[in-house]
Design a protein around this ligand. Structure first.
Ligand code: PXP
Length: 240
């Protein structure tokens, strides 16, 4: 059964809108745990537009489930990760002008750099997951540098406008999922997943972790974090 990683970046986005202390993503993480989150995910961006260094450091002390730090191969962020030692780091591409992570990491195009960061993190005892498009060549490259896991980018699937498009995306995801597991890497997925589209992805054989942010925080504004997480967790658990 897939585990649920709750991404709490949007809570920090609201805080940073006023550069104040509330709402605190640390509280959101605690409530997500109470709602059944198996993992807390947070993205420390180079520009610190939402999550800040203090959040990562405090959550390392307060989160009792798995802590997953999304990050680019940026020197300062890698340094902080090695210092704080989250359970897992998910390497993502980052462009300052993007609203959210828009595509998978190009491992093939920067193999030495990603290999170097992967090794530094692993040497610090951090499991490394790479956020990739469902592209078998990129998955082979991830395996060649001994990544522990691959998180498949489900953005295209989430944006599909017709049933035929959605099915085509699912087939791509399943082929990629097979390649990841054939290499012995752990299978994760995320991006754009919500209460309506999560189940077919959760049902993919071998799915271990789903990272979901926007739709859970959006629902949490209306019904509270614990309930929003519990509802998502129930949907995923029904796929087990
Ligand atoms: N996984 C990764 C690697 C991401 O960058 C994001 C967005 O921060 C997510 C999952 C969550 O995406 P969403 O907010 O669309 O659920």
């Amino acid at each position: 059964m897939a585990q649920l990683g709750v991404n709490i970046d949007h809570v920090a986005t609201v805080r940073q809108a006023r550069k104040t202390y509330e709402p605190d993503p640390v509280w959101a993480a605690a409530l997500a745990e109470l709602g059944g989150a198996d993992c807390i995910t947070l993205h420390l961006r180079e520009d610190r537009r939402h999550i800040i260094d203090r959040d990562v450091r405090v959550m390392k002390e307060t989160v009792s489930v798995k802590l997953n730090l999304e990050m680019a191969c940026d020197h300062d962020v890698v340094q902080l990760a090695v210092d704080v030692r989250p359970d897992q780091a998910t390497l993502v591409p980052e462009r300052r002008e993007e609203v959210t992570t828009e595509g998978g990491l190009d491992v093939m195009g920067q193999l030495d750099r990603v290999a170097d960061v992967t090794k530094r993190l692993q040497d610090a005892g951090i499991a490394v997951s790479l956020f990739l498009d469902p592209d078998v060549a990129q998955i082979d490259a991830a395996n060649s540098i001994s990544a522990d896991a691959v998180e498949l980018h489900t953005g295209q699937y989430a944006l599909a406008k017709t049933e035929a498009e959605r099915m085509a995306c699912l087939i791509e995801l399943k082929t990629a999922a097979h390649a990841i597991q054939n290499h012995g890497m752990t299978l994760h997925s995320g991006h754009g997943l919500n209460y309506k589209n999560v189940q077919p992805v959760a049902e993919i054989a071998g799915m271990c972790e789903l990272n979901i942010g926007h739709s859970i925080v959006a629902r949490a504004i209306m019904v509270g974090m614990q309930q929003a997480v519990r509802e998502m967790k129930n949907l995923i658990d029904r796929c087990g």
